[in-house]
Write a protein that binds this ligand. Sequence first.
Ligand SMILES: [Zn+2]
Length: 84
Amino acid sequence: MKDLDPADVSQCQATRLAGSFMTLGPRKQVRCSEVPTCVMLENEPNPKDGQRGYMALCPSCYVVFVQQMGADHAHPIMITGNQR
Ligand SMILES: [Zn+2]
């Protein structure tokens, strides 16, 4: 079994829609450019590979993550020394 790639603590790993609601044409998903403050670690292993997923998130993507996945899906591990 291949180990998961390590979390990238230098850049938030969430994707968000580029542009704004005023952008013309279809909006692309782009990687968030913010500095992450925590790594979210899934509470339960994936049934397919037995591994727990994780991703580094900035504060605003953390809020979206909890809204979409629920508060019980994963827990944050704070990244220290990453303030700008
Ligand atoms: Zn982000």
